[in-house]
Write a protein that binds this ligand. Structure first.
Ligand SMILES: [Cu+2]
Length: 172
């Protein structure tokens, strides 16, 4: 007897003494039970990605949202990037001390790790600002009216790069 029907019949009614290989009732079926848990892991990862992504987005927008504004009392926001200082001209009265909320938009992957500087011999400053950060700095205007040059000497040719200059304009 080699027909399929005969084989099926044999399997359903094994001959006496033959061992049935069927699992006992209630035993785990690995392939079917692992499927829902894989789904659960996938769902967890999706939720985790949403939460982490949302956090990064919020943190980014908090930082970027402040770019033109400042929470530092009496300070003005001044940005710096590979495109230079923004605004590039600062106005002051003779002897006035300006408080700048200085922020750096560039990521560390830029030249010199994204660090920018604010340098001026006449204004007697040499300030440094790490990538993607902000700090409060002060500039004191000289008593003599005029335009005072300051620059970044840490990137893109530094002082030789016309983009990386700013002016402190001291009113007459
Ligand atoms: Cu720079």
């Amino acid at each position: 007897m080699t027909t399929r029907a005969a084989k099926r019949a044999h399997a359903q009614n094994p001959a006496p003494g033959e061992i049935r290989t069927a699992r006992p009732r209630g035993a785990a079926r690995p392939s079917e039970h692992s499927r829902p848990s894989k789904l659960r892991v996938a769902a967890f990862l999706a939720v985790a990605a949403l939460v982490i992504g949302g956090g990064i987005y919020l943190a980014g927008s908090v930082f970027m949202g402040q770019r033109d504004k400042t929470t530092v009392n009496g300070a003005m926001a001044v940005g710096v990037s590979m495109d230079g200082f923004d605004p590039a001209t600062l106005n002051a009265k003779p002897g006035q001390t300006l408080t700048l909320d200085w922020w750096n938009q560039d990521a560390p992957m830029h030249l010199t790790n994204g660090v920018h500087t604010l340098v001026s011999d006449k204004l007697n400053v040499r300030l440094e600002l790490p990538a993607q950060s902000r700090r409060t700095v002060t500039l004191t205007a000289p008593m003599t009216p005029g335009d005072y040059d300051f620059w970044c000497d840490s990137c893109c040719g530094g002082k030789d790069n016309p983009k990386m200059h700013g002016t402190l304009h001291v009113e007459a």
